[in-house]
Each structure stands twice: as C-alpha cells, then as structure tokens.
Design a protein around this ligand. Sequence first.
Ligand SMILES: [Zn+2]
Length: 273
Amino acid sequence: MKSKILVVGIDGLVLERALDSGRAPTLAALNEAGTVSALTMEAPTLSGPGWSTLLTGSSHEQHGVRDNLFAGHRLLLRPDLLSRAFYQDQSTTTFAAAGWPPLVDPAGIGPVIHERREQQRAGLHRMIARDGETYGYRTVDGEIAEFAVYALNKSGPDVSFVYFCEVDDASHLNGAVGEHYLDAISRIDAHLARLRAALETRAHAKGERWLMVLTTDHGHLDEGGHGLGSARERASFVIATGIGRNNPDWPDVIAPESLVPLLLAERNPAGNV
Ligand SMILES: [Zn+2]
C-alpha cells in the first residue's frame, strides 16, 4: 500500500521559538516523534520564491519566482508536488487548500499548485482558495483547517498541501516575539491537532499509511520581517512524522529543492509493500 502524504505549510514559523514557548503541544509532539531536518532557504527569503521552491523542487533560478509579484515566473514548466505525484500514478488523488491566493488561485498571479482542470472534473484533484490578505488570516486559516479536516475525513486524498499564514501575519504586525506571535502559534497548533487526529483515525480505522510533514518558507527577525539573507531569515525545517508507518530516513540537513523528490520517494518507500 502506498503512503499518503499531508504537507502542512506554516508561513514564517520560527520553529525553536514555537517549541520553547510551550504553546504548541502538537508541533512539539510531532517534532519529538518525527524525523526532523534543517533547511536553509535561498535568499531573497520571500514567500513567493520560498513556497515555489518547496512545492516544485526547483531553485529560484529554475522557477523564476523572484518575489511575491510572480512576474515572469516559469511555474508552468515546474509542476508541483501534487501534479508530479499524479503524473507518476494517474490514480493519485490530490487536495490543496490555502488562504494566500498565489499558491492556489488560478485567477491570480500564480498559482504554484497547478490547476489541472481535467483532474478536478474527474474528481481526482481539488483546490480551495481563500483570500487572507483581504479577510485576515485568523479567520481564513480557520476556514482552511475546516476544509482540510473535512477532506481528510471524507476522502483522505493521496497527496495534500494545506497552508496557514496567521503566524507570518502576526509577526509582520507585531514582531516575532511576544504574545501576538505566540497566540497565533497556539491557534495554528490547534489546527495541527485536528489534522493529526484525522490522520490517526484513518490510519487506525482503515490501515492507511500516512506521512504528516510540516515546513516553513522562511524565519522572521525578532522585530518582524524577512526577505534578506540572515541566518534567522533563511532558517527553515521539515518535520516528517509517520502515522501508521515508519518515519522517513532523511538526513539532518536537506536542500529546500530536495523536499519534493524526497516526498515522492516516500509514496512507495522501500520495505513498504
Ligand atoms: Zn512567507
């Protein structure tokens, strides 16, 4: 049986701060149970290039996303994780939900996740786009969590990407230290708890093998902000936790563009027949 994969993107998360805060019990439990790898993102440490790299397995040079405007991007030539999983095996079901429109909204300047309308019409692919820039990420992240929990409970897509942005938003407004940042972290942690519970229920009830993967696109300066090449801004991580299966055997340090090929290899890992 193939492993199913849920990638959760938490924009602008400073992992150590979240773990040290005691406000993120689910994140801490996944960090404790899973395989943890450090990533150093390529500068400029902006969301557009960062997520494009993490989701397509491409360098900035390859995907051509230089900033959050996406002008001149080459994403149509750099298929995302969900698309590549489908191209490997055309029975693969995929799901993406995000409140930052460039990731998933085909009407906007992206999207990083390919629309694949034929697969949507065939019931193999689903994309949910919300606009946290307009309506606020606290509300929109809550909606994204609801959609994701529903999709996981109902159909358990083979490869999913679910994205939260309130932590990044809070840091831009009030800095990456203090109560606002930690409050946002605790709300995202509650979303993670529901997602993990959905996977555990499926693994237990149906014998499915799941890999729950957490990552971020950049860190944040203490005063809030990112984009340049400091160690703090470039710091990212991957936490990959097996649910109903083993953890992946990944190195302590991986390149950001290696995440997609590592994940695709985990769909059918050696020894999992
Ligand atoms: Zn970001």
